[in-house]
Design a binder for this molecule. Structure first.
Ligand SMILES: Cc1cc2nc3c(=O)[nH]c(=O)nc-3n(C[C@H](O)[C@H](O)[C@H](O)COP(=O)(O)O)c2cc1C
Length: 191
């Protein structure tokens, strides 16, 4: 696949088919994430790939609470679109029935929120999403658990001692592919 096709074709997928991801494909996606550039080659990331039934159930139990806690901010952001609030909360609660969810942590002893660390980890997450797309697999990068304060709980339950929670990324074969949200004009200039 052409890089351009992947960059323009990737969408955030919030509804998935009940189809498992082949372990080899999952490894390839994760190896692609690790190939991201990082500030002074620190590679400051740690990924927990959640796919077993018991771990996924525990994760969804936490995400149910995340979903409930996002209601107020979603209602404020989309006051005239209750369907967006409901759909977004439903996705967060169920993870769109994705068969896999990758939890992303900033490795200790880094301070976790140094701008270079955040940029390096973001590059790895974008690699992950594009690698998934290359395999026909959808993804959705999520920070809702972070903004609702569930990072410490996810750290304790899924990566004790490893570092700070940064994001979750759902993975699975898409059931619904949305249109690309319109890109805002005037966001770059060439000088
Ligand atoms: C840092 C970051 C955090 C995001 N958090 C969420 C989230 O918590 N829930 C969600 O449904 N989508 C989340 N998204 C996905 C965005 O809503 C999505 O990228 C945006 O609407 C553009 O759509 P596209 O990815 O299909 O181009 C996040 C994306 C990024 C990059």
């Amino acid at each position: 696949m052409e890089t351009r096709e992947a960059i323009f074709g990737r969408r955030s997928i919030r509804k998935y088919l009940p189809r498992p991801i082949d372990p080899q494909v999952l490894h390839d996606i994760m190896e692609g994430a690790l190939m991201a550039p990082s500030a002074v080659n620190t590679q400051p990331w740690y990924f927990v790939v959640v796919q077993s039934q018991d771990r996924m159930e525990r994760l969804k139990a936490i995400f149910s609470r995340v979903s409930a806690d996002t209601r107020a901010s979603l209602e404020q952001r989309f006051p005239r679109h209750p369907e967006v609030v409901n759909d977004t909360m439903g996705f967060i609660r169920t993870l769109g029935e994705a068969p896999v969810c990758v939890l992303v942590f900033a490795l200790k002893p880094d301070d976790g929120y140094a701008l270079e660390t955040v940029q390096s980890i973001s590059a790895a997450i974008q690699n992950l999403c594009l690698m998934a797309y290359d395999h026909g697999i959808g993804s959705c990068w999520m920070t809702a658990p972070l903004t609702t304060g569930y990072g410490p709980l996810l750290e304790k339950e899924f990566a004790p001692g490893a570092g700070r929670f940064m994001a979750a990324v759902t993975l699975g074969y898409p059931a619904v592919i949305p249109r690309a949200p319109r890109r805002k004009p005037g966001r770059y200039c060439i000088v």
